[in-house]
Design a binder for this molecule. Structure first.
Ligand code: GAL
Length: 984
């Protein structure tokens, strides 16, 4: 077989890779509507479409740039549009698996192939030109006016051809194969999305145009001197008016400058001008180094507060608009994110220009992943196979050459999850030779021999702390995905000593799939403690769901195609349409670069930024009593990076539910947020008010009516009245005339994605299903009205099982309120037994009520977003009001959501509840939530289901990471708690 699309070669006929540039050279955008015809095999439509007089009237129209699998194509001759979205011809999602048999470099001939054709005009005076494709997935062959220019693979990388255009009408023909040998190098966890998905341009190349240029801008933090040299491939002049620079390309300038950092992205704009072309320069002076095992920029340690970003739009896939990119960056900056890993390929070049301008540290990753070779036991893994060497080098070269001039890029990443191979040493040597100014990372080779960083993905908190202390065992086994180091099976590692001296970068952690992640603040607290750890990148920024034919967002298993990666495409901090999930608020708190700790007497401000003092923020404070602001003010406090400052706290006013909140807000507009945006905050909560009275331990009251505890009376209709409360069959049915029913003991929750664990590990959802946790039967065993109130006892157990919870609910009427003390005992074999090989973790201990109606809730506690035991730091304590509908977090795959920890009181549906509890309110039952496969399946049940819980388990990251830390689990032990209810 010698078909180009299934050969080891990366391409043919292309120009040498070069720097992306903003140029004044005449450029014709070839974006727009092209003629398109999809064929089922790699043969495409044949050769007829290359010719000048080909009649494309029978073809479809196709938007360029786009992925054809996401578009509606309309026949050019008119007729019905069709879309393949949601079918096996459309977008396909796999995580680690290849959608083709592993037989490199071959690919099946039944390989959907799109032929594209565009007629365009070129002005008569247009000179020599270059035709540039910024990204074609996965392999393209190109003809201009019937002449073959060449072909290329490397989907997320540009390629260019010399383009002998003629004046007037020209015909461009492009054949794009869905799969190719390049597919073997592009097994990133994402949708397979073929097409010409980035811009196509024709750029004039006059005599003496600048083919390539390389900006070398260094900064000496000791002297404050910047050094600039711009190399160019032809004679040219470098001009930066602001610095008075006017020097020939290749000459060196030095002088005093302000350095570039993500916090102060100081760019000096200018031009590089030759006789034929002027290129815009955006120079940032900075020096990246690793000294004493610490990652630094401009001499100062950097902790990367990062996220992993894929390019995604819910309709257009990896074809993003400039607005989408800007939106991503604004949302990141507002969430205190200061670093982005371009997982797992170079993004559209405009994104990097925005990073330079807005200020983000960038870890730029090559377009290389061979994860699917895991299914061949890594037999034939391309980085280890010499035949693949050119194709692998080609990718790194095109990555580095395109993006070498961005000050925002501070680290090169050679690949993601491609195991080991000699190719990495060659890539490394190339990077060092071409650009010694940035360190290099590759996470998956356990020797780290070609990496300047030690890195593993998803370690537990304990393992991360061990690494921070340089105390990880001398083992080649990594603490990946929450696995503990396997010291016992460790072989001597010749690279151990070197690795131990490397800085550690958490390239992926905190898996944001579905509800979560938990523990963001825990991770950050460990990272902050250890110099060795230079930060981390949350997995990942945005869900990649496509709007489906029936509404909602598609995931892998919505499509009838095997293999598929299931729901793992929905694992971002933003929902697929870029709406931030509650996790963004949590992230903003964990990443806050200014610490504000507040006590009754002192406010301490700690500046943990890289270099910027607190000169851009104002500190605002307010004392609130409930929902009312009773006093407020503001102060300035200049604190240098790495230092702390202290001011006296304003004195507490009188009142209930008192909270002092101190916020650092932007003093002036920034490009990414308006003045007043909250960067950081801290709170002091005064816990006041009467303590709840506990149930008397001795039942020595006289029989009969006790005004203190209300009157219990058994009616003729088997109803029991206690104060204003009415009971039937041992359950409350109304309070003060309000329809409130229940409660039943609730020990379950609709599994979150993290409750499903990964690959059989930490699969709580399956365990719960096996032991009937989601089909518990809660029954009343006895109802005892007495002088002190009403005592109802019952049992909650699953059919087929003999383990259960026995409960007692003691109801009293106290101070015009209904007091409920619930005591739960766990009986029977909840642990490991011959029938059940798990110790059953219970996700909650709580009470499920239902209300006849309720539209909104007002509460005092954490809010307004949802909170869990391990995702509560980003929400302030206060009085919050939310509608029931707004309290639902719209996960495409329904799962537990909308909890509120540590609630002191709640008003909902005319009832007030006091105590210390978690609550959730929804229009469907928790079991409805569990049973629905998509959000659109949830239906209003006509009642509001209200959980008033003693505790709920945290969220964690176990869908890819470690098991939920012990401190966030719910102990399965005798438990007793009290709440009080009354008509509000
Ligand atoms: C990592 C991988 C990511 C993603 C993540 C799980 O191993 O690098 O691409 O698959 O796991 O969502």
């Amino acid at each position: 077989m010698s078909d180009y699309w299934q050969s080891f070669a990366p391409g043919e006929g292309r120009r040498a890779p070069r720097a992306d540039a903003v140029t004044d050279a005449r450029t014709i955008s070839l974006n727009g509507t092209w003629a398109f015809r999809l064929s089922p095999t790699a043969a495409g439509t044949g050769e007829a479409f290359l010719s000048d007089d080909f009649d494309a009237a029978g073809w479809d129209s196709m938007r360029v740039p786009s992925h054809w699998v996401l578009e509606e194509f309309t026949p050019l001759a008119g007729g019905a549009a069709r879309s393949m979205r949601g079918t096996a011809e459309g977008p396909l999602y796999t995580n680690t698996a290849y959608p083709i048999p592993i037989d490199p470099p071959y690919v099946q001939r039944e390989n959907p192939t799109g032929d594209y054709r565009l007629e365009f005009d070129v002005p008569a005076d247009f000179g020599d030109a270059v035709l540039r494709f910024q990204g074609v997935d996965s392999c393209a062959k190109v003809w201009l006016n019937g002449v073959e220019l060449g072909w290329s693979t490397g989907s997320r990388l540009p390629f260019e051809f010399d383009a002998p255009v003629r004046p007037g009408r020209n015909v461009l023909a492009v054949r794009v194969h869905r799969f190719s040998a390049g597919t073997y190098l592009e097994d990133q966890d994402m949708w397979w999305l073929p097409g010409i998905f980035r811009d196509v341009e024709l750029i004039e190349r006059p005599e003496a145009s600048i083919d390539d240029h390389f900006v070398h801008a260094d900064y000496d933090h000791v002297t404050g001197v910047g050094t600039l040299r711009v190399d160019a491939t032809c004679a040219a002049v470098v001009e930066i008016p602001e610095l008075g620079i006017r020097i020939p390309a290749g000459d060196t300038w030095s002088g005093s400058v302000d350095p570039w950092s993500a916090e102060s992205p100081r760019l000096y704009r200018g031009t590089l001008r030759s006789a034929g072309e002027a290129i815009s320069l955006a120079v940032g002076f900075r020096r990246v180094s690793i000294d004493d095992g610490v990652f630094r920029v401009n001499g100062r340690p950097v902790k990367l507060r990062g996220v992993n970003r894929h390019e995604h739009d819910a309709d257009r896939g990896r074809t993003l608009s400039l607005d989408d990119m800007r939106r991503d960056i604004e949302l990141m900056k507002r969430a205190n994110v200061d670093a982005v890993r371009t997982a797992h390929y170079p993004p559209h070049p405009d994104f990097l220009r925005l990073c330079d301008e807005y200020g983000l540290w960038v870890l730029l990753e090559n377009d290389l992943e061979t994860h699917g070779f895991i299914y061949s036991g890594w037999e034939g893994n391309p980085p280890a196979v010499p035949e693949w060497r050119d194709a692998i080098m080609d990718r790194m070269r095109r990555t580095l050459e395109r993006d070498k001039n961005h000050p925002s890029i501070v680290i090169w990443s050679m690949a993601n999850e491609s195991m080991t191979g000699d190719a990495f040493a060659e890539l490394r040597a190339y990077i060092d030779e071409r650009d010694g100014s940035r360190p290099v990372i590759y996470e998956r080779d356990p020797s780290y021999r070609d990496s300047d960083f030690y890195s593993v993905m998803y370690p537990s908190l304990e393992v991360l702390d061990q690494i921070g202390r340089h105390e990880e065992p001398a083992s080649r086994k990594v603490g990946m995905h929450g696995m503990e180091f396997d010291a016992a099976s460790s072989e001597p590692d010749p690279f151990d000593e070197r690795r131990r001296g490397l800085p550690f970068l958490l390239i992926e952690y905190a898996h944001a799939m579905g509800n979560g992640p938990g523990s963001l603040s825990d991770y950050w607290e460990i990272m902050a403690r250890h110099d060795r750890i230079c930060g981390g990148f949350v997995w990942e920024w945005i869900d990649h769901g496509f709007r489906g034919p029936e509404g909602g967002f598609l995931h892998g298993s919505d499509i009838d195609y095997e293999p598929n990666g299931g729901r793992f495409n929905l694992d971002g901090l933003l929902f697929s349409d870029r709406t931030p999930s509650p996790a963004v608020r949590e992230l903003a708190k964990a990443y806050a670069p200014i610490g504000i700790s507040v006590t009754s007497s002192v406010i301490t401000v700690t500046n943990t930024r890289h270099s910027r003092p607190t000169d851009d923020v104002v500190f605002e404070w307010r004392w609130t009593s409930g929902a009312t602001v009773v006093a407020s003010g503001a102060f300035d406090l200049l604190v240098d990076a790495g230092s702390s400052g202290v001011v006296d706290a304003p004195a507490a006013p009188a009142g209930d539910d008192l909270v002092l909140t101190v916020s650092a807000v932007l003093a002036a507009d920034e490009v990414w947020a308006p003045a007043g945006h909250v960067v950081a905050w801290g709170q002091f909560v005064v816990v006041g008010g009467p303590e709840l009275r506990s149930w008397p331990q001795t039942a020595d009251r006289a029989a009969g009516v006790d005004p203190q505890f209300g009157t219990v009376s058994a009616g003729t209709d088997h109803r029991i009245r206690l104060g204003d409360a009415l009971f039937e069959g041992g359950r409350l049915v109304s309070l003060g005339g309000i329809d409130i029913a229940g409660p039943v003991l609730d020990l379950h929750r609709a599994p979150t994605e993290n409750d499903h664990g990964q690959g059989g590990n930490n699969n709580l959802a399956r365990m719960w299903q096996q032991v009937g946790q989601n089909r518990l039967i809660d029954t009343v065993m006895s109802i005892d009205p007495g002088p002190d109130g009403l005592v109802v006892r019952g049992r909650t157990g699953a059919a087929t099982r003999n383990h259960a919870a026995e409960w007692e609910m003691r109801w009293r009427w106290v101070d015009a309120a209904l007091e409920l003390t619930t005591t739960v005992d766990f009986v029977g074999p909840w642990g490991d037994t011959p029938y059940q090989h798990h110790d059953v973790w219970i996700p909650r201990i709580g009470l499920l009520f239902s209300l006849g109606s309720a539209d909104e809730a007002t509460w005092f506690g954490h809010g307004p977003d949802e909170t869990y035991a391990d995702s509560r730091m980003g929400s302030q304590v206060g009085v919050w009001t939310r509608t029931v509908d707004d309290m639902q977090t719209p996960h495409e795959v329904p799962q537990e959501n909308g909890n509120h920890v540590d609630t002191r009181w709640l008003e909902i549906g005319g009832i007030r509840i006091d105590g210390g509890f978690d609550f959730t309110a929804r229009r469907w039952t928790p079991l409805d939530l569990e049973r629905a496969a998509h959000l659109r399946e949830l239906r209003d049940s006509g009642r509001v289901w209200l959980n008033i819980d003693h505790a709920q388990m945290g969220i964690g990251s176990a869908s890819v990471g470690p098991a939920l830390p012990e401190k966030y689990r719910v102990p399965r032990e005798r438990t007793s708690w009290t709440v009080r209810l009354r008509a509000a």
